[in-house]
Design a protein around this ligand. Sequence first.
Ligand code: PA5
Length: 330
Amino acid sequence: MNEKTMDKLIREFPGNITEAIKIAGEARLREPQSEIRNVVVCGMGGSGIGGKIVSQWVYNDLEVPFTLVNDYVLPAFVNENTLLIASSYSGNTEETLSAVEDGLSKGAHIVAVCSGGKLQAMAEEKSFDVIVVPGGNPPRASLAFSLVQLVSILEKLELVTIRYSAQLEKSVELLLANESKIKEEAIEIADFLFEKMPIIYSTSLFEGVAIRTRQQLNENAKTLCWHHVIPEMNHNELVGWSGGDKRFASLFLINSDIYERNAFRLSVSKKVMEEKGAGTMVVYSKGESRVEEAIYFIHLVDWVSFYLSEKNKVDPIAIPVIDYLKGELE
Ligand code: PA5
């Protein structure tokens, strides 16, 4: 692991997208032997979340089912018509390696994304494709690489029609043009969340962003966090606010083209929470596509998690609990 600080790693996010697009452009993939009728992405934590975010970008475009697996075993439908994308930054995460073994035994067409490790060795030995990304950083600080490789695999195998890599290039411009504003907003959000348990709400097609936010607050700021989506939270969780619990702070991360009825649901939900004395904050994204809006939020919440780690006086890089757990499992 290198000695980069988390703020430096976050600052590198736009540049990482550009570098990842270049790597994707140079990657050569094998032609699948059978028609692809479903896509499965397996990966854990900072390497798995890219799959969730990409599944929401291609929601209105990809015409075959897209399933995420954050576990050891693949679903029963996996067969030679499955494109299995295995994402593990280290290449050594046991759940992901197990899912790949399962995919191999079921004849899936496999493409791995990793920085090396056992996954790269397995790809070379079993002759499936592997895209190797630069290593040495915490996996969660390398999200740009998994996001870009995942969409580019779908583009190269002609499973999608929209050019997501072009939207990612535009996202880089958006981030660079708004860098200081993003940091100012992140400081305000970190102030709002400080000493509270953050509850993140988004619309359902931005749930990947809400989960990423939770993960970054867990791992960088070392705080518990919860997330839910609109409209589903209106049918259960909103009732949970009835008791007026002041330990929580609700952060709404809202895309600019929110469906009208969901915007109305948001305003009523916010009112219910405020009437019970809870703090609420609504943040709107920027950008002209779902990709740009998600990338804007990802960068914003990365900075929030960094500023909150400073306020919490914790090291945003070290994750001794995960290291301990992985050690115990060896
Ligand atoms: O952010 C982290 O460090 C973790 O969430 C890891 O991503 C997770 O443990 C999986 O490891 P890897 O990304 O190496 O597959």
